[in-house]
Design a protein around this ligand. Structure first.
Ligand code: HEM
Length: 225
């Protein structure tokens, strides 16, 4: 069927990967700004962070965006799996001399491996916060809101939890280093100047975003020593 052929085509898969990936990158900025509230003075932070989480989960518009986010995440992962398997089937295992390392970076060739690191991080992350918040029993704060703040702070008092998060952010950084620029290229930014600009924006994003995320658990851990 023509529809099936389009869905299976490399171009369709790459466009899907880019659109979902760029949407997820946008989510990363918003999510970071929301989580920076954890670093405020504890009394203000608890009320504000819990209010923020309650407001987000009771707003119909945000709920729609969240559903788009879940679908994007799922499509991005499934598409990544499909592309990785296809690449493995067609890789240069039979070449006498493997010269790929000379023309591409390690992280570009191992987007699949980095994706798995992020996936493990996400499973732990969503189980401990998102699932508990949506479906678990949470204590309430003085305003009667679910006390997500206390749950998050308590988890970052554990050094192993902080280390798992830092590893996840390192994986995310390498993944973004290739992903952002590659996503824009797939969507048609082929011009040499634009390719270079996007490459630098991609690298800056890949360094600054994971670094900014890393500051949160590290500061919370140090503050609670
Ligand atoms: C210090 C770093 C982080 C903290 C403290 C944090 C905290 C949270 C919390 C408390 C929730 C559940 C409440 C909610 O739905 O808003 C959540 C949800 C989520 N987080 Fe994070 N997060 C961090 C980093 C990340 C990173 C790096 C990613 C992606 C790679 C990520 C992906 C998600 C997703 C997809 C959800 C579900 C969103 C939703 O239902 O709207 N988080 N995070």
């Amino acid at each position: 069927m023509a529809f099936l052929k389009v869905i299976q085509s490399t171009l369709f898969r790459k466009i899907l990967m880019s659109l979902t990936g760029l949407f997820l990158a946008f989510f990363l900025i918003i999510h970071l700004l929301g989580n920076f509230q954890l670093l405020l003075d504890p009394e203000i932070a608890r009320e504000q962070y819990n209010w923020y989480s309650t407001t987000l989960s009771h707003n119909i518009l945000i709920e729609i965006v969240a559903k788009i986010l879940y679908v994007s995440l799922l499509l991005h992962i499934l598409d990544a799996l499909y592309i990785t398997i296809k690449n493995r089937q067609a890789d240069g295992r039979n070449l006498k001399v493997d010269t790929r390392g000379k023309v591409s970076y390690w992280h570009s060739r191992n987007m699949g491996v980095l994706g798995v690191v992020i996936l493990i991080f996400l499973v732990i992350h969503l189980k401990d916060y998102w699932y508990i918040y949506k479906f678990g029993e949470l204590p309430l704060d003085e305003q009667g809101q679910k006390d997500l703040y206390t749950i998050v702070i308590a988890s970052f008092k554990n050094i192993w939890y902080v280390i798992i998060y830092l590893l996840g952010f390192i994986g995310l950084g390498f993944h973004l280093a290739h992903g952002v620029a590659s996503g824009f290229r797939t969507l048609g930014l082929y011009h040499k100047t634009w390719v270079n600009i996007m490459k630098y924006i991609g690298i800056a994003f890949a360094i600054l975003i994971p670094l900014a995320y890393a500051i949160i658990p590290v500061i919370i851990y140090i503050k609670n020593l």
